[in-house]
Design a protein around this ligand. Structure first.
Ligand code: F6R
Length: 258
């Protein structure tokens, strides 16, 4: 794991956008795995800016989103389809047919298998972006999710429903189910970039990086992934025991131009 500790959210957003820009420059037909939620919003703004500047061409890029709520229509403002359209896809030159989001309206086993096969037929995910939930989830792999799990329907925890209520008029409107890539699906990505910002992410980040590998914190599975970058700000890093070491590693590598 490469752990990069930045000053604040703005630095995380611009640094992670550079990682994606470099990925697309190196492989114009990259397959990206994308997340929703508050964390990647700054990154998406920065990607749009780089695109408008002529620095990123998305015309050959394919994307797969991690998850979608069950039961919200694609044009419901809180569906992840609408989120991605409003915050990224409508502002870059990605082809509609290259965008993939799990189908929350027909969430059966066949549909989940189709999503998995589609990822495989596109050659697998080159770079997967992840946020982390306050209960340590990645995608919607809530505590007790098998670390080998595949795309399927999951029941959200009460904590996740409470966390996501800020996007809805009423907590009772928050869907209780989602279709989500599994931990096993995510672990097959060639590279992972996990982002976290703010005090509320300090505990899950500590558990994910320095805790035991456990289905009680699905993000801890990144410890066995061969190519993961964790990019956090000072607030999200504040409970890390080896925080100074991670900074030391990063600064020394930078000096060596690695
Ligand atoms: C969303 C997703 C979730 C979020 C996590 C953090 O597609 O997969 O795992 O990344 O719930 O959400 P925010 O960024 O809103 O704190």
């Amino acid at each position: 794991m490469e752990i990069i500790i930045k000053k604040d959210y703005s630095e995380i957003s611009s640094e992670s956008a550079m990682i994606i820009a470099n990925q697309i420059k190196a492989k114009p037909d990259s397959v990206l795995g994308l997340a929703t939620g508050s964390t990647p919003l700054g990154l998406y703004k920065e990607l749009i800016r780089l695109h408008l500047n002529g620095d990123i061409d998305f015309s050959n890029v394919t994307t797969f989103n991690l998850d979608e709520y069950v039961g919200l229509s694609n044009d419901h403002p809180q569906s992840y389809s609408a989120f991605m359209r409003d915050n990224l896809f409508s502002k870059i030159n990605i082809k509609k047919e290259n965008v993939h989001i799990p189908n929350g309206n027909h969430p059966n086993d066949k549909e989940c298998e189709r999503y998995e096969s589609l990822i495989k037929s596109c050659g697998g995910i080159d770079l997967q972006i992840l946020g982390i939930g306050s209960d340590g989830h990645i995608a919607f792999n809530e505590p007790s999710s098998s670390l080998g799990s595949r795309t399927r329907i999951k029941t959200l925890t009460q904590e996740t429903v409470r966390d996501n209520a800020r996007f809805f008029d009423n907590i009772t409107d928050v869907p209780k189910f989602a279709v989500t890539m599994g931990v096993g699906t995510i672990m097959e990505a060639k590279k992972i970039l996990l982002l976290a910002s703010g005090n509320s992410k300090a505990k899950p980040i500590k558990n994910a990086i320095e805790g035991p590998i456990s289905s009680m914190c699905s993000a801890s599975a990144i410890q066995i992934h061969p190519k993961t970058v964790v990019m956090v700000d000072d607030d999200a890093a504040k409970e890390l025991k080896e925080k100074d070491y991670y900074k030391w590693v990063y600064n020394n590598k930078k000096n060596l131009n690695l």
